[in-house]
Design a protein around this ligand. Structure first.
Ligand SMILES: Nc1ncnc2c1ncn2[C@@H]1O[C@H](COP(=O)(O)OP(=O)(O)OP(=O)(O)O)[C@@H](O)[C@H]1O
Ligand SMILES: NC(=O)c1ccc[n+]([C@@H]2O[C@H](COP(=O)(O)O)[C@@H](O)[C@H]2O)c1
Ligand SMILES: [Zn+2]
Length: 273
């Protein structure tokens, strides 16, 4: 007897990943379990998309280093990949456009082998096999859904004036969003208080992280500046890479210190001081 038809989903996480931490990786595992536990979805792939340097966030180190650390961190995963498209764009790209890009590009990308720079070949083959195994879209040629994966702080940032365009929020919610709880945030309350989020509430999956994990990249950078240990907060190969290139110090934290964050610049017309 055939079970219910599963909807294929690709999870897309956008962020600074400055640097990538174990919690960024856990987010994918938590989200996949949650979606698959509903009995409605099959998660075929995870994509991590580090933001470009044009985002201008304080302390944001070069995209090439953040990409490489993300690649090192995901080497042992057979379903989480790293994509460089966003970080290679000359200017900061709205997250809605990143979701659209992956939604439009995915089937083509899966059918040719030209993204070997983002995933090593053997790993790419495993992901491709997984992607097509028993896949509903293989027969129907249906595109998988691309759902944005984020922490509750990003969801709550939707309310920050001039940070997000309303039409972008609607486009993202149309695709669907998976939100991981984070200390200090109450996504259910936030959804209840926002008319637009309430309208799309069935497309928002809130994943409760019971083993509260407060790792933040800010904490990791601060500890590194102070010469404190960050071992076990991020994968060993990432830590080795950070040390080898001396990536985080007082100087790197001052990057973009006097610059307005790109979305605020774009949506208010503000510029650097
Ligand atoms: N501990 C956590 N719990 C839940 N979500 C998290 C956690 N850490 C990061 N995220 C999520 O991961 C994504 C990428 O986040 P980001 O690169 O900003 O990491 P961060 O740890 O929040 O860094 P920073 O402290 O520099 O803001 C965001 O969606 C963010 O909400
Ligand atoms: N309007 C928008 O599309 C918008 C605004 C703010 C942040 N973002 C994205 O959210 C992510 C947030 O990252 P941080 O939490 O590291 O700032 C980044 O990928 C950034 O591009 C998007
Ligand atoms: Zn953050």
């Amino acid at each position: 007897m055939e079970g219910p038809k599963l909807t294929d989903v690709v999870l897309l996480a956008c962020g600074s990943f400055n640097p990538i931490t174990n919690m960024h990786l856990r987010m994918f595992e938590l989200a996949r379990d949650h979606l698959q536990d509903t009995g409605r979805y099959r998660v075929v792939k995870g994509i991590m998309s580090p933001v470009g340097d044009g985002y201008k966030k304080k302390g944001l180190i070069k995209g090439s280093h953040r990409l490489e650390m993300a690649r090192l961190a995901t080497e042992t995963s057979d379903w989480i990949t790293v994509d460089s498209w966003e970080s290679l764009q000359p200017e900061w790209v709205e997250t809605a456009k990143v979701v659209r890009h992956h939604y439009e590009e995915l089937p083509a990308a899966e059918q040719n082998n030209d993204d070997v720079d983002t995933v090593k070949y053997a790993k790419k083959r495993r992901i491709k096999e997984n992607y097509f195994k028993g896949s509903s879209h293989q027969k129907s040629k249906e595109r998988p859904q691309v759902k944005l994966l984020c922490g509750a702080d990003v969801l709550e940032s939707f309310a920050v004036p001039n940070l997000w365009k309303q039409e972008d929020i609607i486009e993202i919610l149309g695709h669907g969003l998976v939100c991981i709880t984070r200390s200090g945030c109450d996504p259910h309350k936030f959804i209840n208080q926002s008319d637009v989020l309430w309208k799309y509430r069935n497309n928002i999956h809130v994943v409760h992280e019971w083993v509260t994990n407060d790792i933040s990249a800010t904490h990791v950078r601060r500890a590194l500046r102070r010469g404190q240990s960050v071992k076990y907060l991020l994968p060993d190969p990432v830590l080795r890479y950070i040390k080898e290139h001396d990536l985080y110090n007082a100087e790197s934290e001052q990057k973009n210190a006097d610059v307005v964050l790109a979305p605020l610049q774009r949506f208010t017309g503000a510029s650097s001081s």
